[in-house]
Design a protein around this ligand. Structure first.
Ligand code: PFF
Length: 458
């Protein structure tokens, strides 16, 4: 495949690209998943290991994806072929496509829960049922209701994608991401003023190294992966839209810092609140949907807190869904470009929606247990999709990308992208360090996650 002149779509500003990438990274992974995984793994020790993973392993992979995307100017379908000038590496693009479809299946369902909870909080019905556990069980066992809310999540996402990337994704991210940060800081301050909140702070920041185990380290790596949107090409896709003079290393650092900051802010909201009301921080996935609303219920202005919290979750989830669906849209448009039935952006959005409706309905109905035959063995599709995508396909995608950039992409091309016209010693040194990390450290670390995935299944 020949490299073509870069043409639209493209972001118009550097800030726009950073905000869109942060929008992809900041999602349910930060606000819903991070606090409960940190809670189950001992708090402070987990936080420390997590931040180390972001530095040693997340950051190089962010740089990897942006470099592949920016240099090729293509979606995951054509990026590898353009760089190598043959189709031998195109399977990575298909792997990314498959991983994205599976993640969309369960992610859409959880986004649907968030929308449902936000509507309940606004209409003041969240606290009408006496028991919040029952409220959550009622939702997660009602297939048609979860499916309906998933469709709503998909509809909101596709409205944004309908526009060109600079008018839809870029403009929306520039408004929503700062708003999300402000709302989170406000909520954290409010929670920190609760009497007894210092116990939660201590739990989150005091590292108890007796809690450290190989499982904690591997969980932190997996979480870092999912949270930074690494391994399925979302950032290759956004990298292709990167303005020409944008610095890849600086952009990756900004994304990693902001994503970690949001995860820490989520911990600062959740742990002090949970401890102030004497709840167990290791409650698991229901921490955000059952425990937290009941904590809010005991605070003054409970409905305002719930509206803000579920509003935050909705914003974070939808901007991540946008990036996931953009992987599909860009793939479909590019893969059909030279074909008889080529798809323009609008047709590609519609086809992507149809694909996601199928996978999310499988997840919603299978999770609710009706019909009963909709399972793989004794496992529901929701769990299977999550496990296969997060524990296998995303690590495999990232492993392939690291090997590709470390051993097969021309080094001159990588240096050209990383130096970005800058010939200082520091840029030279960073480029050298990056190459050593993606060649040796990252592949070994990813194989470790793989083994964790396999062992957890046995
Ligand atoms: N990073 C998102 C989160 O933390 O919720 C999830 C995600 C989005 C993963 C986009 C992968 C992706 F391509």
């Amino acid at each position: 495949m020949q490299k073509e002149e870069k043409s639209a779509p493209s972001f118009t500003s550097k800030v726009g690209l950073v905000m869109a990438a942060v929008g992809s990274a900041v999602g349910l992974g930060n606000i819903w998943k991070f606090p409960y995984i940190a809670g189950q793994n001992g708090g402070g020790a987990f936080l420390l290991i997590y931040l180390l993973c972001v530095l040693l392993f997340g950051l190089p992979l962010l740089i990897t994806e942006f470099t592949i995307g920016k240099h090729s100017g293509r979606s995951v379908y054509g990026a590898f072929s353009v760089i190598r000038n043959n189709n031998r590496w195109q399977w990575i693009g298909w792997l990314c496509m498959l991983a994205t479809i599976l993640v969309m299946g369960f992610y859409t369902v959880v986004t649907g829960w968030c929308i449902n909870y936000l509507i309940d909080a606004i209409s003041n019905t969240l606290y009408s049922s006496s028991d919040l556990t029952a409220h959550f069980t009622e939702l997660s066992s009602n297939g048609p209701r979860m499916f309906g809310y998933s469709i709503l999540a998909l509809a909101l996402t596709s409205v944004v994608l309908w526009f060109d990337v600079n008018k839809g994704i870029e403009r929306l991210s520039k408004i929503l991401m700062p708003l999300l940060l402000i709302m989170m800081i406000f909520m954290a301050i409010r929670v920190l003023m609760l009497p007894g909140s210092n116990v939660g702070m201590r739990f989150f920041f005091e590292a108890d190294f007796s809690k450290l185990s190989p499982k904690v380290i591997l969980d932190a790596m997996g979480q870092c992966f999912f949270s930074l949107s690494i391994g399925l090409g979302a950032l290759i896709t956004y990298g292709a839209y990167m303005p020409k003079h944008q610095n890849i290393i600086a952009t990756s650092v900004q994304v990693a810092v902001l994503d970690s900051l949001v995860a820490i802010l989520a911990g600062l909201i959740i742990f002090p609140a949970v401890f102030a009301f004497g709840v167990d921080p290791a409650e698991g996935p229901q921490l955000a949907f059952v425990v937290l609303p009941s904590v809010f219920e005991q605070m003054s202005l409970s409905s305002l807190s719930s509206i803000m919290f579920f509003g935050l979750l909705c914003i974070a989830a939808i901007t991540s869904m946008i990036s996931l669906m953009e992987v599909l849209v860009a793939f479909l448009t590019e893969a059909t470009a030279q074909k008889k039935h080529s798809l323009d952006r609008h047709k590609a959005v519609l086809l992507a929606v149809v694909i996601c409706v199928v996978t999310s309905s499988l997840c919603a109905f299978s999770l609710s247990g009706t019909p009963e035959w909709l399972k793989i063995g004794d496992k529901d599709f929701f769990t299977v999709f999550d496990t296969v995508a997060s524990n296998f396909l995303m690590p495999l995608g990232a492993l392939s990308m690291a090997i590709f950039i470390g051993w097969f992409m021309p080094e001159s091309a990588i240096k050209q992208e990383l130096r970005n016209g800058n010939r200082s010693t520091i840029h030279y040194a960073l480029g050298f360090l990056f190459m050593q990390i993606v060649r040796y450290f990252v592949p070994i670390a990813i194989v470790a996650i793989f083994l964790n995935g396999v062992l957890s299944l046995i």
